[in-house]
Design a protein around this ligand. Structure first.
Ligand code: ANZ
Ligand code: ZN
Length: 875
């Protein structure tokens, strides 16, 4: 019995209980049966789900249920990216151990996920902070160490001198420690690196084998890997032997400064040469120049990321040294510049201000010469005054024997001329760096190394894995608590048995997320992976935020290739198809305080009026009725207080409404604007569906199968409308355009509701239409469709019903509409059978009442028929 009122809380709990009891989403490997692996990026257990999660996991669930109804063996797992800094911060703030905090959050968020009715195989749940997961991080680390894919090298870290601790990049704010405010120092310490650069070429070329990835993501990966074809050019120099100055006849020490350039064709336009602050030549010059030494120190304190370097103000200082131009023997000044990176190319550039943006800005600032050597859109002459660098390729000018050559020719000619003096060679340079994985943090996977005074750094033997992280420690901000915990720290050297000390660095948490998708395929395995993973991998559809477009996906691709080379998997690429869902946005409201501070107002705490164009005209705070400023639409965020808590939404309207709204409001890749009226609209549609089913339940239950032959015209039309909407919706399902799937479902319900007549024949159309509609909508709103499917007597479980299919006979149009004109003017419309003959059409046209009025008894002299379109009566 379907009650009159739609009560989502009751039916959703019931449907979820049914799925639990029937273990509906637990799957097994079934060799020979087509599999589908649908995966959403696993969440960090921050405490509560946010709308971005709900959107992400709803998209994944809709695809999962859709593929399952297509008959595939579908795996959709879930787990927790459970290590990381926020747990340590929460621990410091609340005095609770990160492990406790993390497990509590997992428990709460798991309940939230379950209340949304996702078709998840919870038997495969994992949390990366569990020893039986991270032991395999350690195990693979050791295999990579054996292969030389992991190696030790010194790296630079941020050191807080007050707290005596290493800070993560995000803990450094304007060059100061986030807690102490102390100026952060750079320190060099030994760290473990993974040689991702060994796979650079493959990581680049295999992007072309991923047609199911968004072009934008592939481009971002490509730029990150950054393969550049260029020339390494040598600029000879001579240093004076006494740092104090050049005495007569002092020949000094000679050498060659190497630079890397992608624009060897501009070599004749080089007007100075610049090196990074850490470059040996800069350090040499600083020995006799305290001002330069201070400048170098200042550069070292600054940001290290590329983004920081690209945006920061250009700073520089001359070294007083010069180098020799390898083709002209001209002497060029050598500068130290903060825009030159030590870690890229040669840590030095030949500067061509006329044709390079950064060199131009620098030259402009320090009054260095600018010399054009390429015919560009600026023309052959120096445009005065210089406003900009002209970076386009073009023909060489002002370049002596190279004049007239185009880019490729010039690069070849210059490279081979330089080659004669051993001052140039073609070279490929990569932007990609090896991946430093050591973190001086507690809450992460312990690096399985033991330090022995006699034997050095000794790998933990395999049988001693996992190195278990003690879970009860509470960091207090003064460094890694493992360093003060003897039970962890002290151990015996595996090689000589003498007392030794455990490594206390842990792994970057990107390690944890680099292979979790393999582990879902092999829950409980006593190996990193077993044969079961071969059945499931690769992931058929991966879904997550664009913020992971580069690092997470690149590291996962890298680990997969390493695992392949170790014989652990057959796949080379982990994710066949990738969907990056759009952000969830909401209005932003704020007031500016007297001192310039900004107070944000949650959308629920303001009243907003709009004009008839939908523009916001007036906003006031509910609390005091006073105006509040409107900040437009932006990503939901805690700091701007414009988030909406999914929990309230689920409690008020139910999971199906939340899911339906998410799917209806925008296609998955696009940004979704939050809208309370949209949510209410989604709810109203579900209630209409429910009420329709309640009203028609007896009729539908009792009805038989549609017999197309006995349908009258209006039933045939209703049925055709239903099948036409279904056909379009199925097409949209296939291309993951769920918003129009939902509108298709709405059209189907409208067509059903328009059927009048209570006869047995009409009921057969209702029964068929409702069956199609419930199956179509079941991936999106699984609870209501589950209940109605059962209550209307279609079967026990809509999940195991066949995916709906439109019927050709229902789609065939039996009538066509023709417009009728009298003397070329539109006067009426007629519906005639598609196969009607000329006489029948003429008769129908003349019988149309409005047409009769305009003919007014005049004799019709001629009738023109355009088949399928119109009839024109001439009189
Ligand atoms: C001269 C020149 C002239 C350049 C010109 C560009 C335009 P991609 O394409 O990203 O590989 N460069 C080289 N090493 C650098 C470093 N360590 N730090 C900062 N910049 C560096 O970039 C290659 C270009 O980046 C090189 O080509 C060099 O500037 C600069 F009209 O050399 B070029
Ligand atoms: Zn030893």
């Amino acid at each position: 019995m379907i009650t009159e009122s739609y009560n989502p809380q009751v039916i959703e709990a019931e449907a979820q209980r049914y799925w639990d009891d029937h273990r509906a989403f637990a799957v097994r490997e079934e060799p020979g049966r087509e599999k589908y692996y649908c995966l959403c990026m696993f969440p960090y257990p921050s405490g509560r789900l946010h709308m971005g999660h709900v959107r992400n996991y709803t998209i994944g669930d809709v695809i999962t249920r859709y593929q399952r109804m297509l008959g595939k063996n579908v795996l959709q797992p879930m787990g927790w990216d459970a290590f990381g800094l926020p747990a340590e911060n929460a621990a410091m703030a609340g005095g609770v151990a990160p492990a406790q905090w993390t497990y509590d959050n997992i428990a709460y968020m798991k309940k939230q996920l379950q209340s949304l009715g996702f078709a998840l195989d919870w038997d495969r749940e994992l949390a990366t902070c569990q020893p039986d997961y991270y032991r395999w991080n350690q195990w693979l680390f050791l295999r990579m160490l054996e292969q030389g894919v992991v190696y030790l090298k010194t790296g630079v870290v941020n050191w807080d001198p007050v707290d005596q601790t290493v800070l993560a990049n995000e803990q450094v704010i304007d060059g100061r420690g986030w807690r102490t405010g102390a100026l952060v120092e750079k320190r060099e310490i030994p760290m473990y690196y993974m040689a991702i650069t060994r796979y650079a070429e493959e990581l680049l070329t295999e992007l072309d084998k991923l047609p199911g990835w968004p072009e934008q993501v592939k481009l971002m990966q490509k730029n990150w890997i950054g393969k550049s074809y260029g020339v390494r050019i040598g600029f000879p120099y001579r240093l004076s032997s006494s740092p104090s100055g050049k005495e007569a006849g002092d020949e000094g020490e000679s050498g060659i400064l190497w630079v890397f350039t992608t624009r060897a064709d501009t070599l004749l336009g080089a007007t100075y040469v610049a090196v990074a602050a850490e470059h040996p030549l800069a350090l040499h010059a600083a020995q006799s120049n305290p001002e330069l030494a201070a400048f170098i120190e200042e550069c070292r304190r600054g940001g290290v990321t590329e983004a920081e370097l690209a945006t920061q103000e250009k700073k520089g200082m001359p070294t007083g040294l010069t180098v020799t131009h390898p083709l002209t023997d001209e002497s060029l000044p050598l500068w130290v510049a903060n825009y030159v990176l030590m870690g890229y190319g040669e840590g030095a550039v030949m500067a061509v201000p006329a044709h390079d943006e950064r060199d131009f800005a620098f030259a402009h600032q320090f009054g260095l010469p600018i010399k054009p050597v390429i015919h560009t859109s600026a023309g052959a002459e120096t445009p005065e005054p210089w406003r900009d660098a002209y970076a386009e390729h073009g023909v060489c000018i002002n370049s002596g024997k190279y004049d007239g050559l185009v880019f490729d020719e010039a690069v070849d000619a210059i490279a081979s001329d330089l080659n004669v003096f051993d001052l140039g060679e073609k070279k490929v340079t990569w932007r990609l760096r090896d991946w430093g994985i050591s973190r001086q943090r507690y809450w992460g996977t312990p690096i399985p190394i033991i330090h022995c005074a006699a034997c050095g750094a000794v790998p933990v033997p395999e049988e001693q894995l996992p190195v278990v992280l003690p879970e009860h420690l509470v960091p207090d901000g003064s460094g890694n608590p493992l360093n003060k915990y003897p039970e962890f720290l002290n151990c015996a050297c595996p090689q000589c048995g003498q007392p030794a000390r455990r490594e206390t660095d842990t792994m970057d948490t990107f390690v944890d997320s680099s292979w979790y998708f393999f582990r879902y395929g092999t829950p409980g395995a006593d190996a990193m992976v077993d044969a079961r993973a071969d059945y499931w991998m690769p992931v058929d559809q991966y879904i997550g935020g664009i913020e992971h477009a580069i690092l997470h996906l690149l590291y996962s691709r890298f680990w997969t290739k390493v695992m392949r080379d170790l014989g652990l998997t057959r796949v080379s690429e982990p994710f066949a198809n990738l969907l990056t869902q759009g952000m969830v946005l909401n209005h932003i409201f704020f007031r500016k305080g007297e001192k310039g501070g900004i107070t944000y107002y949650p959308p629920a705490d303001v009243e907003m009026s709009r004009d008839d164009q939908g523009r916001v005209t007036k906003v006031t705070a509910v609390a005091d009725g006073q105006p509040v400023e409107y900040g437009g639409i932006g990503t939901m965020s805690k700091s701007r207080k414009n988030g909406v808590d999914p929990q309230t939404l689920i409690e008020q309207y139910g999971a199906d409404t939340a899911r339906l709204f998410m799917m209806f409001a925008a296609p998955p890749e696009q940004a979704l604007e939050w809208s309370d009226t949209g949510v209410a609209g989604a709810y109203r549609f579900l209630r209409r569906l429910w009420v329709y089913a309640a009203e028609q339940q007896e009729a539908i239950r009792a009805a038989g199968v549609v017999d197309a032959v006995v349908l009258d015209e209006s039933l045939r039309t209703a049925r055709r409308e239903i099948h036409e909407a279904l056909r379009q919706a199925l097409f949209d399902f296939g291309r993951h355009q769920f918003n129009t799937v939902v509108s298709g479902g709405m059209k189907m319900l409208n067509a059903l509701a328009r059927i009048d007549g209570n006869g047995a024949v009409a009921n057969t159309v209702r029964r068929e239409g409702m069956s199609l509609l419930l199956r179509l909508l079941s991936p999106i709103v699984p609870h209501i469709t589950h209940t109605l499917w059962r209550e209307l007597g279609y079967g026990a479980d809509v999940l195991s019903a066949a995916w709906p299919k439109p019927e050709e006979t229902a789609l065939a149009r039996s009538l066509v509409s023709l417009v009728v004109q009298v003397n070329g003017k539109l006067r009426g419309q007629i519906d005639v059978p598609v196969d009607a003959d000329r006489t029948a059409i003429e008769q129908a046209a003349q019988d149309e009442p409005n047409v009769q009025r305009f003919v007014e008894g005049r004799p019709v002299r001629k009738i023109v028929i355009v088949p399928g379109k119109l009839v024109n009566l001439v009189c």
